[in-house]
Design a protein around this ligand. Structure first.
Ligand SMILES: C[S@@+](CC[C@H](N)C(=O)[O-])C[C@H]1O[C@@H](n2cnc3c(N)ncnc32)[C@H](O)[C@@H]1O
Length: 279
């Protein structure tokens, strides 16, 4: 694991979206975790913006169909994976660098009886332990910001996709350059390694060999979603601290408010990209 990846894994070891917190919350809500459904997990296990809508958009963009083998790059707790299995009838392999998230994903998959359809793997997006041309489709959500060498990760996705397979993903982008000091703040507070502009992202995909299918600027909708997410984090963080589970504390919440403001002013933003590996 590279140093930058170690920092990312440590950052996610201490994050309010965690399996222990989800299990505490479900037990408080319904008395036990017996017979939990994937639907009951959805309010807590999706670590990206726009929840289930975002999953549906990516699923549509990749054109995944029942029976497909799908790769989720940086799959987290496999919340999106459980949705793809339930709603699109695919099976999912999810790779993630954070041990607590891979363990949490396995625990939550077993809780809802999905251990045979979802395969969480501990590993780096920049060096994936999969054969060439293995997957029919690949997805990723708000994760490449953490990856130090995006070109390497994109070439890995390209390698493991079958010809004609599509990769659809969302990520943070930079609309206007940030000062060194601001970038340092994003690196310390969000484990953000680097940000590209939308045209730079398109160029990197093309250099990798992908054909870009679409590039949607989602900054305006993220501005609204993020304001709501800030209040969710405020509640979750306080709850997690009270329950003795991972939380991020006041400094993180202050920086999150700065992030929301940067998105609303279009300094930083989001993109949804879809690209195809040519036949
Ligand atoms: C914002 S979360 C997204 C999780 C999941 N996709 C979701 O939407 O719920 C980002 C995830 O990327 C993972 N990650 C960051 N850098 C990685 C890398 N180099 N290789 C694999 N996973 C990585 C983190 O551990 C974290 O779980």
């Amino acid at each position: 694991m590279e140093m930058a990846e170690k920092t990312v894994a440590e950052w996610y070891a201490n994050h309010p979206i965690s399996a222990p917190h989800i299990l505490t919350k479900l037990t408080n809500l319904r008395g036990s975790t017996k017979d939990v459904t994937p639907q009951e997990l959805y309010p807590y296990d999706q670590d990206h913006y726009d929840g289930l809508n975002a999953n549906a958009r990516l699923a549509d963009k990749t054109q995944m169909k029942p029976g497909d083998h799908v790769l989720d790059v940086c799959a987290g707790l496999c919340g999106p994976a459980r949705w793809y299995v339930t709603e699109r009838g695919v099976d999912v392999t999810g790779i993630d660098i954070s041990p607590n998230r891979v363990d949490g994903a396995k625990e939550l998959n077993a809780l809802v009886g999905m251990q045979d359809q979802i395969h969480p793997i501990l590993g780096s997006a920049m060096d994936m332990p999969f054969d060439d041309n293995k997957f029919d489709a690949a997805v990723s959500q708000e994760s490449f910001l953490h990856i130090p060498d995006k070109a390497k990760a994109l070439s890995e996705v390209f390698r493991v996709l079958r010809p004609g397979g599509r990769f659809a993903f969302t990520d943070w982008v930079m609309h206007s350059s940030l000062s060194e000091d601001e970038m340092e703040q994003y690196s310390q507070r969000f484990a953000c390694q680097s940000l590209l502009s939308i045209p730079e992202y398109q160029a990197k995909l093309e250099q990798t060999g992908f054909k870009v299918v679409s590039a949607d600027d989602v900054t305006a909708s993220w501005g609204e979603i993020l304001a709501r997410r800030l209040s969710m984090y405020q509640t979750l963080d306080a709850e997690a601290e009270r329950a003795g589970n991972p939380s991020k504390g006041d400094e993180f919440l202050k920086m999150y408010a700065q992030f929301v403001s940067d998105v609303q002013q279009r300094r930083i933003g989001g993109v949804r990209l879809a690209a195809e590996k040519p036949q």
